[in-house]
Design a protein around this ligand. Structure first.
Ligand code: ADP
Length: 612
């Protein structure tokens, strides 16, 4: 059954391509019209020249025709070559813009949808569908090639009509008599129709096999890319070497490769079996054509020059008609591939797209409230958060503590709207956060997650999270995060590229240094909420101490939330929220919680024992 995005693909693709790269389609059409005309210049002129040679015409007359043929032919070739060169640039532009659309969509998609297996498969299909397996360029090329084939059919029919017009001067009997009748064209037509019908059905079947092969292997292809890329990722390379994981990784590459190979062999076998039939019918068709035209020439019904012209025109006619049926099947397949692109572009965000702007308050008056919030991850049956009621008041320094898996990070992710509560509400200044404009809301938070990611960009751009930045402020934030000494040792300063992925002179920095830069990035954002999830886990004790010393200066009057396993670092927080199994089990100041003697004091004492 047709997917709704396969319908009307031609219109959708043409209007999108025209919008993205104006002029591309026009150039394609002109190129194809020229390509269609080119062979006929040769056919017509060489048949004239051949007949003139047979009739022993003068050298000048023959040369004149030869020169005209060369002039027209070479002009067509040169113009086409120039246009194709111009179109190459546009082809790249088109691919680039389509990839850009997929990237933009991926950035915009709900985070919880993005991490799903089905979405990852859809992205792979959309990317493959618009690049390797057909794609917009191929689709447009095929549409233009339809036009080329139609023009070729018109030209060849125009020539072939004369083959079937009886020669009034012919005198003959037997086979010559039959061949000189107009209805002898049915011999040729019958074989041609047989070949075309067979080709059409075989192509259709072959395309269905190809599509089935593609659909079945989307996930395997994705797994293969994952395992294969691990081999070349040098940052993971250290673990692979140290843990001697080469065998494990290679066996995964091998396994997925074997599966793909098996699938491919089976597809190829099935495909080969059916595609043999049209190869045979084409052979029969050619034999019939040579016999028909040859016999007509032998019986003097047509000239030698004409026989060459007719054989070639007939060959082009058959190729063009077969080509049209191929192209239709191909366009059908490509519509399916492209429908994956449109499917992906049409994924709707379930996230409520609020419109209220977050108030731009100089006084940063923002209060957050979790009201009976519970949350389950989509792929999980257990509650990651359960009945959380929590207020975070303006300008307070909050610590969130608890054992691993207690729900601390989930609490932060919900606060930042990476996920939405399964039950309950989160309010900002009394309004459900879903009602705020998402991009506006996201501006309120500067976060350093445990898996902070820096990019293989220049250092300054990493801190500013953008290509243009206020150098003075970047340096201030770097200083507060304790990275200045290291920066001073870098020859290119803020221009230094991090890592070698995108620059041969990129520098490698330690985990602790990277964490400092991630903190500097959060400070540069200058958002009212600063959230640090285990921000000092990779820092040495001195650097950690400096960060704590500097903490007041860093966050100033902002509201901060601080997740840490280092209990001593919570002491200077106004409010400590203790999570256990997804619930807030106690909260208050360090002193109060120590007095209560609950989970917090248990964790504190356990740690004090080890760090004493
Ligand atoms: P903490 O930060 O306190 O260590 P988390 O908030 O990360 O804990 O995790 C809370 C629970 O949710 C854990 O049981 C964890 O396994 C589960 N969890 C975390 N992330 C996901 C996810 N993306 N999908 C499914 N379960 C998750």
């Amino acid at each position: 059954m047709k997917n709704k995005n396969e319908k009307g693909t031609i219109k959708k693709v043409l209007s999108l391509v025209h919008k993205l790269v104006p002029g591309y389609l026009t150039l394609l059409i002109i190129i194809r019209v020229l390509a269609a005309s080119f062979p006929f210049v040769g056919i017509i002129f060489s048949s004239i020249i051949l007949d003139q040679l047979v009739a022993r015409e003068s050298f000048e007359v023959i040369m004149k025709n030869a020169l005209i043929m060369i002039a027209i032919g070479s002009s067509l070739v040169l113009i086409r070559w120039g246009l194709e060169a111009a179109n190459w640039v546009k082809k790249f532009e088109l691919s680039h813009k389509i990839s850009q659309m997929i990237c933009d969509k991926t950035f915009d998609i709900d985070y919880d949808v993005l991490e799903k297996h089905e979405t990852l498969d859809m992205i792979k299909k959309a990317k493959d569908g618009t690049n390797s397996s057909g794609g917009m360029r191929q689709f447009c090329d095929n549409l233009a090639s339809l036009l080329e084939k139609i023009i070729r059919i018109v030209y060849s029919v125009g020539i072939l009509v004369y083959l079937f017009i009886p020669n009034p001067n012919a005198s003959g009997e037997g086979i010559a008599l039959i061949l000189n009748k107009w209805y002898s064209l049915f011999i040729m037509a019958a074989v041609m129709i047989l070949h075309l019908v067979i080709s059409f059905f075989v192509n259709k079947k072959s395309a269905a096999l190809q599509m089935k092969f593609f659909e079945r292997n989307v996930s395997y292809n994705r797994y293969f890319s994952y395992w294969f890329n691990l081999v070349f990722d040098y940052s993971i390379g250290k673990y692979i070497r140290l843990y001697k994981m080469q065998k494990v990784v290679l066996s995964r590459v091998q396994q997925t490769n074997d599966t793909l190979e098996e699938e491919f062999t089976s597809y190829l076998n099935d495909n080969l079996k059916i595609t043999l039939i049209p190869v045979l019918t084409e052979f029969v068709l050619q034999l019939t054509c040579y016999a028909y035209v040859g016999l007509k020439a032998v019986c003097n019904l047509i000239s030698v020059g004409s026989s060459l012209k007719y054989v070639t025109a007939y060959k082009i006619l058959v190729e063009s008609i077969t080509g049209i049926s191929d192209t239709f099947v191909q366009l059908n397949v490509e519509s399916k591939y492209l429908s994956f692109f449109y499917d992906y572009m049409q994924i709707e965000n379930k996230r409520y797209e609020g419109t209220i702007p977050t108030e731009k308050r100089d006084d940063n008056v923002f209060e957050i409230e979790f009201r009976d919030v519970s949350f389950k991850y989509a792929n999980s049956e257990t509650w990651a958060l359960r009945h959380v009621n929590q207020k975070i008041t303006l300008g307070t320094k909050n610590a969130v503590v608890g054992k691993n898996g207690a729900g601390k990070t989930t609490f932060i992710k919900l606060l930042c709207r990476l996920y939405e509560p399964t039950e309950g509400q989160i309010l900002l200044n009394g309004v459900d956060i879903r009602y705020y404009d998402y991009k506006d809301y996201a501006k309120l938070f500067a976060i350093v997650f445990q898996d902070f990611n820096l990019f293989s960009f220049p250092l300054g751009e990493n801190v500013a999270a953008g290509a243009e930045y206020d150098k003075k402020r970047v340096l201030e934030c770097i200083d507060k995060a304790g990275f200045t000494d290291r920066l001073n040792r870098l020859e290119k300063g803020l221009e230094t590229n991090l890592y070698q992925y995108s620059d041969e002179n990129g520098v490698e920095i330690s985990g602790g240094e990277a964490q400092k830069l991630a903190i500097a990035r959060a400070l540069y954002k200058d958002a009212p909420f600063v959230i640090l999830d285990e921000p000092t886990s990779a820092l040495d004790p001195v650097a950690e101490f400096e960060i704590y010393q500097n903490f007041d200066n860093m966050v100033k009057d902002k509201t901060s939330i601080y997740i840490s396993h280092r209990m001593s670092s919570c002491r200077f927080c106004d409010n400590i929220i203790v999570f256990d199994e997804g619930k807030v089990v106690e909260q208050g100041s360090h002193e109060k919680l120590m007095e209560t003697g609950g989970l917090y004091s248990e964790l504190w004492n356990a740690q004090a024992q080890y760090y004493a």
